[in-house]
Ligand binder design. Structure first.
Ligand SMILES: Nc1ncnc2c1ncn2[C@@H]1O[C@H](COP(=O)(O)OP(=O)(O)OP(=O)(O)O)[C@@H](O)[C@H]1O
Ligand SMILES: [Mg+2]
Length: 325
């Protein structure tokens, strides 16, 4: 079995907020294998972005990774000095964000930003990089690439800006790409095109992709494996097919149930369809207990241990460890 490219173990992230500290990530464990598309799903506030930002070490000042390790390329990223981390960001791990225009330099033409990445990461000369940048823009589906290369970010549509970011990322040739809700805010048709492009780029480069999304529909089309996060914890993790056929955590079941409803009522946001109860970060038990339809006494008192349902399917739920079907 191949070694994982990224291995996250026992990760805990505390955020200081209004004089109190909350573990917004607690005992997070998952791997991303080479050349794999791994999905990370969960509702708003579940800790998906914080997980990505911890890997990139781009956390807000109030946040601190207080336990665990993030192994990547033989190094624990959590103990790497900032100078080492700067070499990892961009060159080895690249991230594309929800708001592509904000991630681009507003004062620099789109083509120059791609060319700069090519010079920096592939050692091309300026004229070589100029030419290659146009090719790359074409490659990510930008028509009239010469003209678009001269545009500034504010002159680009959101979908176009995301394509430029993907071109920059391609220029960097990272081993791992993290895409955090890369199509939020784009038109539905453009969203589908961007996912197609991300899939194509991933397949061509052989990079691994960690895809963060609310949308289990996207996961089913793009990902091979998926981790379901709730309140800063992984509740279930499995191959995509297995998860859809055999969802084993009550939270996963509800997420899947809500997409089925969404297919019927197109406008509904899948995850917000679930009734909201505030998360009890101090709970000694399962963080989903106060929203779980099948809660047991033990759920309030003890955190569920991992229950393996197959080689690659794990669930954290007392209902399963109690041996119920
Ligand atoms: N800068 C910050 N300061 C304090 N708390 C924060 C900060 N950013 C995020 N949090 C908290 O961390 C937790 C996890 O947030 P995160 O942004 O990772 O969620 P998410 O799963 O990415 O949600 P979304 O789907 O809305 O993007 C939430 O409780 C959030 O309130
Ligand atoms: Mg987020």
């Amino acid at each position: 079995m191949a070694e994982p490219l990224l291995r996250i173990r026992s990760l805990r992230l505390d955020i200081e907020d209004h004089d109190r500290s909350r573990a917004v990530l607690l005992d997070v464990n998952f791997d991303v294998m080479p050349n794999e598309v791994m999905g990370l799903v969960g509702e708003s506030g579940s800790g998906k972005t914080m997980t990505a930002l911890t890997v990139m070490r781009l956390l807000p000042p109030a946040a601190r990774a207080s336990a665990g390790q993030i192994d990547f390329g033989g190094q624990n990223l959590l103990s790497l000095p900032e100078s080492g981390m700067r070499q990892v960001r961009g060159s080895k791990i690249a991230m594309i964000f929800q708001n592509p225009r904000a991630a681009l330099n507003p004062l620099m033409r789109a083509g120059d930003q791609v060319a700069r990445a090519l010079m920096l990461h592939q050692g091309l000369t300026r004229p070589e990089a100029r030419r290659a940048s146009i090719d790359l823009l074409r490659h990510v589906g930008i028509s009239d690439a010469e003209a678009r290369a001269r545009a500034y970010p504010h002159q680009l549509s959101g979908g176009m800006a995301q394509r430029v970011l993907i071109a920059i990322m391609l220029a960097c040739r990272p081993a791992l790409l993290i895409a955090d809700e890369p199509t939020t805010g784009l038109d539905v048709t453009i969203q589908a095109q961007i996912f197609e492009l991300i899939k194509k780029v991933q397949a061509e480069t052989g990079a691994s992709l960690l895809l963060i999304t609310h949308d289990l529909g996207v996961v089913s089309e793009v990902c091979q494996r998926v981790a379901v996060m709730y309140a800063g914890q992984i509740m279930e993790q499995a191959g995509v097919r297995d998860l859809f056929q055999r969802p084993s955590h009550p939270y996963t079941e509800r997420l899947l149930g809500s997409i089925l409803r969404v297919d019927q009522a197109a406008e509904l946001d899948t995850t917000r369809a679930i009734a909201f109860a505030s998360i009890d970060y101090d709970s000694a038990g399962c963080r989903f207990a106060n929203r779980c339809p099948d809660v047991l006494d033990v759920c309030w008192a003890e955190r569920p241990a991992a229950c393996w349902l197959g080689d690659d399917h794990v669930v954290f739920c007392h209902l399963r460890s109690e041996g119920q079907p």
